[in-house]
Design a protein around this ligand. Structure first.
Ligand code: FPP
Length: 249
């Protein structure tokens, strides 16, 4: 893969998990006098490129925010168009994904999507389940507050069924085992495109100590150089998790 400039990246210390809020597809289309869906289509190209470079350099987890619980408020045609693009992507890319040892994963209540979409997703999950390379995690019908609400309800039911007897049993480990991301580490780096700087209900629990990097580029213009730049910036940050660097020495 040709890269336009050199990046000073330590490939032995890559962020393990990068989560991406893909934003600006609609505006990308509208700026060109084209329907929003054309922007979404162009956005799929950017996803393809990000998955390829991330898999090539050895990133372990990429999460993309593809459809939020709030996205149902969009016009019906746009929602349908997004699902069609997802189906098309899975049909066209699954062999390439599989060949690259990428494992597909989903967070969110995707079982509530239309039946044909659920079927396509389940086939893709099944096809790639034994792969050991990059985990490509798609947030679909996902909302951070919903995720926390579901987890809380599960804890209530466990308590009612006497599966939890002492309040101390409710700890971070239990909570994390009941979130959609139970098998996925917290994101080290969250990227958002299109100049916006907010989380929009994305990975609310998991983002407690994530580094945030934003770019003005619209998602369809995002290229491999942009993710490399984000990683370069990330590696120059000092993560202290609420403590002080080197114990304050
Ligand atoms: C953000 O732009 C776009 C989305 C949230 C949808 C992305 C989903 C797809 C491209 C469907 C296919 C998914 C996969 C994983 C292959 P926006 O519409 O919020 O842009 P705007 O802020 O300019 O309106």
């Amino acid at each position: 893969m040709k890269i336009k400039r050199e990046f000073s990246i330590d490939y032995s210390k890559l962020p393990k998990h990068i989560a991406i809020i893909m934003d600006g597809n609609g505006r990308w289309g509208q700026k060109r006098g084209l329907p929003r869906l054309v922007g979404h289509k162009a956005g799929v190209e950017a996803i393809r490129e990000v998955i390829k470079i991330s898999s090539d350099i050895g990133i372990k987890y990429i999460t993309v925010y593809a459809f939020s619980t709030e996205n149902w408020k969009r016009p019906e045609d746009e929602v349908k168009g997004l699902f069609s693009l997802l189906i098309l992507y899975l049909e066209k890319e699954i062999e390439e994904i599989h060949k690259n040892n990428v494992q597909l994963s989903i967070i969110g209540e995707y079982k509530k999507l239309p039946e044909n979409v659920v079927k396509k997703i389940d086939d893709a999950l099944n096809r790639t389940k034994n792969n050991t390379g990059l985990v490509f995690n798609i947030a679909l019908n996902y909302g951070g507050r919903d995720e926390i609400l579901n987890m809380t309800r599960k804890i209530y039911l466990m308590t009612k069924d006497n599966k939890i007897e002492n309040v101390e049993e409710i700890d971070y480990n239990l909570i994390e085992s009941l979130l959609f991301t139970k098998n996925i580490p917290d994101p080290d780096l969250i990227i958002r495109t299109s100049g916006e700087q907010r989380l929009s209900n994305f990975l609310l629990w998991q983002s407690a100590y994530s580094e945030f990097w934003a770019t003005d580029k619209l998602w369809p213009d995002f290229r491999k150089e942009d993710i490399l730049e984000a990683i370069e910036v990330y590696q120059n940050r000092s993560r202290r998790y609420g403590g002080v660097k080197n114990g304050g020495k």
